[in-house]
Design a protein around this ligand. Structure first.
Ligand SMILES: Nc1ncnc2c1ncn2[C@@H]1O[C@H](COP(=O)(O)OP(=O)(O)OP(=O)(O)O)[C@@H](O)[C@H]1O
Ligand SMILES: [Mg+2]
Length: 323
């Protein structure tokens, strides 16, 4: 067995909430509440769940863009969470992140060439002006843009093209892991498919590993090898994409799937409507976080927290009723 490229062990992130004139910590947001998973090189793990369930926080903790409260992140056998500043800087090239809104993350005053080339300068990846220029052209062409677009500014591009610029910028440092945080969520469905196809081509070409974050299951279905479903800071189910979509085990996953449009109108799924809203992550419900909305909840569900257990081979679920 080879080591997974990325291993996340019991990751926790609590954001303190301060209040009063003294600014004391009065409460905390349980953004990520004990998340564990492994991701093999060249694979894609889709991460889905409703807004606020901790997907972005998980992604950012992995890259140490924010400091986890506890838990460990291992990358290529090295403990990222224990790294000092210098070591982390070296590591930064291996892990990149692409955001939902490329417009907000692309400096409007910089040309596309300068945006894509910035990291080449920071990490001293090219020696001469010629090399620098050629590498930018190569990166733009890799993502389906052209050399003559390098002198343009981000506002001159469409949403899908801007996302391609964001991807080119991430690729500049030849990363191994790319966290795609809602990378296609803001795009029209047809453009979404183009960008997802591009990401798949790039994955095959450069053996990239993706942590692919999205709100909804239909977006990650095509690109993911495995899918993790999060609810209020925890993974409630993780399985191969095929198992998760055909035989979901967690009642929350079932509800999410039942809301997904099916291509074949003959194939009718019973729509499961969840009652109420997602509870506040400041005071998540005791026991199973989902029990307040679960159509099948029993008494024990409100008392004891279910841990992830293997339901079938490689298919893990955290539910008292399903294991
Ligand atoms: N810097 C912060 N300070 C305080 N609370 C935060 C901070 N960042 C995130 N949170 C809270 O942590 C929880 C998880 O947020 P996160 O952004 O990880 O969710 P998400 O699953 O990515 O949601 P979305 O689908 O809307 O992007 C939310 O309740 C959010 O309000
Ligand atoms: Mg998010």
């Amino acid at each position: 067995m080879t080591e997974p490229l990325l291993k996340v062990n019991d990751l926790v992130k609590h954001f303190p909430i301060t209040g009063g004139v003294l600014g004391r910590v009065v409460d905390k947001v349980h953004a990520v509440d004990g998340v564990s998973f492994a991701l093999d090189a060249g694979q894609t793990l889709g991460v889905v769940g409703e807004s606020g369930c901790g997907k972005s926080t998980t992604g950012r903790c992995i890259l140490r863009l924010i400091e986890p409260t506890s838990g460990e992140v291992w990358f290529e056998g090295k403990n990222v969470t224990a790294m000092g500043k210098n070591e982390l800087r070296g590591m930064a090239r291996d892990m990149q992140i692409i955001f939902q809104d490329p417009y907000a993350s692309l400096n409007p005053r910089m040309t596309v060439g300068a945006i894509v080339g910035e990291a080449l300068i920071i990490h001293k990846l090219t020696k001469t002006d010629r090399e620098y220029h050629d590498r930018i052209v190569e990166l733009l062409e890799t993502v389906g843009l052209s050399a003559n677009q390098m002198r343009r500014y981000p506002h001159e591009f469409s949403g899908g093209q801007r996302q391609r610029i964001g991807i080119a910028r991430a690729l500049a440092v030849s990363p191994k892991l790319v966290v795609c945080d809602e990378a296609v969520s803001a795009l029209d469905v047809s453009i979404q498919a183009q960008v997802i196809n591009l990401l798949e081509d790039l994955q095959a070409k450069f053996n990239l590993t993706y942590l692919f974050i999205a709100h909804d299951l239909s977006v990650v279905e095509h690109i993911s090898d495995r899918v993790a479903v999060m609810y209020l800071g925890r993974i409630v189910e993780i399985a191969s994409a095929r198992d998760l979509y055909t035989t979901p085990l967690h009642p929350y996953t079932e509800a999410l799937l039942s809301a997904m449009p099916v291509p074949d109108p003959q194939l009718k799924r019973k729509r499961i409507m969840l009652q109420g809203d997602v509870p506040s992550p400041i005071k998540p419900p005791p026991g199973c976080h989902f029990h307040t909305r679960c159509p099948m909840a029993r008494k024990e569900c409100g008392i004891e927290s279910p841990t992830l257990k293997q339901g079938s081979d490689g298919h893990w679920v955290a539910c008292h009723l399903r294991t």
